[in-house]
Design a protein. Structure first.
Length: 58
C-alpha cells in the first residue's frame, strides 16, 4: 500500500502545480501538469484495485 500512497501524493503535487501554473497564466504547462497528475492518480487506483481484488477478496 506504500506505493499507492506515494503515487497518490505525487498526483496531488502535480495537480497543485497545475493550479498554481494556471493562476500564473502558464496554461500550456498547466495542461501538462493535469495530465501528469491524472496519470499518477490512475496508476495509484489501478495498483490499489489490483492489490485489493487480486487475492480473491471482493
Amino acid at each position: 500500500m506504500r506505493h499507492v500512497s506515494i503515487r497518490a501524493m505525487a498526483g496531488l503535487i502535480w495537480l497543485t502545480s497545475a493550479i498554481v501554473s494556471g493562476i500564473s497564466g502558464n496554461f500550456e504547462m498547466s495542461v501538462l501538469y493535469v495530465i501528469l497528475g491524472g496519470i499518477f492518480f490512475y496508476s495509484a487506483y489501478t495498483t490499489w484495485k489490483k492489490g485489493r481484488y487480486g487475492r480473491g477478496e471482493k
